[in-house]
Structures are given as C-alpha cells and as structure tokens.
Design a protein around this ligand. Structure first.
Ligand code: ZN
Length: 292
C-alpha cells in the first residue's frame, strides 16, 4: 500500500472497529485501508450524528459554544485577509450554517456546500438567503460557484475519500490572494500522544489522520502554500465534554468524567472555556509560482 501524500510504503498499525489503519513509514500519514463503503458511512452519518439535538437547554448551550468558537476562528481568518472589503467566504461541510451566520454578521459575504438536505434547509432558513448548496464540492460547477477570498473546512478533510483532489478543487475556486483555513485532528496533539490507539479521533468515518509535517506536504502537492499551523482550540463546557465522553468512550477518562458530572454544580458544568484538545488550525495561501 502506497502513501497518499509521499508515495512511500505504508504499514499496518491496528484496527479501528473492523477497519485496518495503516501508517506511512516516511511521513507518518495514517489512513484506513480499505476505506469503509458508502453504506457504512451513510449509516454513521444519520440525524443523531450531531450532539445536542432534542434538548432545548442543551441546544442553547451548544449555540453559545459554537458562536464563541466561530468568533475566534473569524478573528484568526481576519489577520490573513487584511484590506479585503466584505470578503467572499465558502464553507465546505457547513452543516446547519451556524458558522456562516456568525461570519455574515461580521461582514462576510457567505456561501456553503453541504451534503445533508435537512442541514441545507436549516442553514438557508437561518441565513435568510439561498446561500448554501446541496451536494459535494467535486459535483458543483466551479463557474457557478465563482471565486472566493477564503474557503474554510472545519472537521471535514479527515472525512473525504481523496484529500489531494479535494484540496485541488478548493484551490481552483480561490482568488489569487485567497486563503484556505482547515481544522482537522492532529497526530501531534497532546491527546493523540497521551491516548495512543484510544485517541477519540480514531473513528471509522475519519479516513485520514494528519500531522503538521504531512499536511504541509499535502497542501504543497495541491498547489497551496501553508502559512501558519497552530494547535486548534474550541470553546466547550464540561457538560458537552461529558456527553461526548459517554458517546465515544475512552478508558478511564469516560468513567472519571461521569463521576465528575454528578459532583459539579450545574453552573460550573455549563461554564464555557477554551480548550486545546485534538486538532490543528492550518492556514494556506494559493501559491502563485511553484517555487517550493
Ligand atoms: Zn507518506
């Protein structure tokens, strides 16, 4: 088996459920091989895939967390878009559009692409415009999409079947001075190093696992120049972390979390804070010349 990024040999590591995971002997990219079939992935991406549905108090808390995270992401993006008036932003895999709503409030002209029909409807209703298209980036007409000042992918790249082709498509719809912002799990994160094969990001729907070095190579191959890579943080609260820990169980930590949730007062459980957990923020420019 050959590495998607550097074409070196890959070796078997262990199974994630019934799916064999391989690691590149040179650049340390990890991937599932063979990838789970479409039917397996469709069964995973059902309506309960997103936490927080059903309970209105929980949904309000989720919305607050997402908004704080979105504002932080936009602050970071703004530092790479100096002097661009009313930047045109595309979010691929925008779900029900919460990030796009915040971006629009902050003066961005927004568009989205999303596979789930229900999420597309929800997003367009919240945005009060038909800004989100249903489908996959590769199936949409680039002429119809137009060019963007920034494209963002939050927890998407690890799900796609061919990240190199995907990023190549993204590059083609960026303006010459455009910026791409990718958030994806990182094998360099403290949680990956601490939890090893029990890392919470090891899931059948995550087809690829990157680190800082191999994602730089991947971006370069796709014609994008990485400009900054930093640990990702999200705004979360203890209630959310605990529900995640119970859904995707991690030895010891899930049990400790369950006990803590019965001991902590509600106010503390629902207090938002920034946490660096398992991902990286990657910003890249469209490369003008193949000089690297
Ligand atoms: Zn490799």
């Amino acid at each position: 088996m050959i590495c998607h990024v550097c074409e070196s040999e890959m070796r078997y590591r262990f199974h994630i459920d019934i799916h064999p995971l391989y690691r590149c002997t040179v650049c340390r990219l990890e991937c599932l091989n063979p990838q789970p079939g479409d039917a397996v992935l469709r069964a995973i991406y059902d309506e309960s895939y997103f936490l927080g549905s059903g309970d209105s108090n929980n949904e309000k808390l989720m919305a607050k967390m997402k908004k704080s995270t979105a504002l932080g992401y936009l602050e970071l993006l703004n530092t790479h878009l100096v002097g661009v008036e009313n930047p045109r932003l595309l979010e691929v895999g925008c779900g029900s559009g919460d990030f796009l709503v915040t971006a629009k409030e902050q003066g961005y002209s927004v568009a989205g692409v999303e596979i789930s029909r229900a999420a597309v409807r929800d997003a367009n209703r919240k945005l009060e415009e038909k800004a989100v298209m249903q489908g996959e980036l590769s199936n949409l007409d680039p002429e119809q999409l137009g060019k963007f000042d920034c494209c963002v992918l939050f927890d998407v790249l690890e799900h796609v079947r061919n990240p190199l082709t995907f990023l190549g498509n993204l590059k083609n719809i960026l303006n010459d001075s455009g910026v791409c912002f990718v958030v994806t799990p990182s094998l360099d994160s403290w949680s990956a190093k601490l939890l090893g094969r029990h890392w919470m990001e090891y899931k059948p729907e995550h087809l690829f696992y990157f680190d800082e070095r191999n994602i730089k190579s991947l971006l370069n191959h796709a014609g994008l120049s990485p400009v900054s890579i930093s640990p990702n943080w999200k705004v979360l609260n203890f209630s959310y972390i605990n529900s995640h820990m119970q859904k995707f169980r991690v030895p010891i930590l899930s049990s400790v979390s369950s006990v803590l949730s019965t001991l902590l007062p509600r106010k503390l459980r629902e207090q938002n804070f920034r946490i660096v957990a398992s991902g990286m923020n990657v910003l890249a420019n469209k490369r003008q010349h193949r000089s690297v």
